[in-house]
Design a binder for this molecule. Structure first.
Ligand code: ZN
Length: 181
């Protein structure tokens, strides 16, 4: 595939470093169009996970040009179709969490979900944790008369009973889980 030139990389930006070739993604670049680049990402993601990022350094969705925003949908459609057709994915998940340490660079992940039994261990564990948390919460609420409690009081009741670290960890896993849908 012919590589088109892109804007100068922003120092310290990991996404730009991969785009410029300073770093190389496992599997390398798999697709590009006028506004978007797609590369295969490495561990800990399941094989076939693709990062979809802007060619130009953009720090947030609200900074996309109308043309970039307009071509995002077709790009996601094209690449997700490829994951199904080429890799045998049953479903394709989409995740975007551009946050943490600046500089930010708009990118999202398309994760193939392979047929049952092929769930990556980390995903399966996160799902099990989330289900356990919901069960614990349901059990706890069953033991008290919640008819006369406000929603706020019910939440406080649950929060007070959970170990903080576990709650933070579980919430993160649930959040990650929800983010891919
Ligand atoms: Zn960048």
């Amino acid at each position: 595939m012919e590589m088109t030139s892109v804007a100068a990389p922003v120092p310290g930006c990991e996404s730009c470093a991969y785009t410029s070739g300073e770093r190389r993604a496992p599997g390398g670049r798999v697709y590009e169009n006028e506004h978007w680049l797609v590369e295969h990402v490495g561990s800990p993601w399941v094989t076939g996970t693709m990062v979809v990022k802007t060619k130009v350094h953009r720090e947030a969705l609200w900074e996309l040009t109308p043309d970039e925003a307009g071509s995002l949908g077709p790009t996601l459609q094209t690449v997700s179709q490829a994951l199904v057709a080429a890799l045998g994915a049953e479903r394709v998940w989409l995740m975007m969490m551009v946050d943490g340490s600046p500089p930010y660079h708009v990118h999202m992940l398309l994760l193939p979900r392979y047929p049952e039994g092929d769930l990556p261990a980390e995903t399966a564990a996160a799902l099990a944790d989330a289900q356990r948390l919901v069960r614990q919460a349901t059990d706890r609420l069953d033991k008290v008369d919640t008819e006369n409690l406000s929603v706020r009081a019910r939440i406080a009741l649950l929060q007070g009973d959970l170990d903080h670290d576990k709650a933070v960890q579980a919430a993160g896993k649930v959040r990650d889980y929800l983010a891919v849908y």
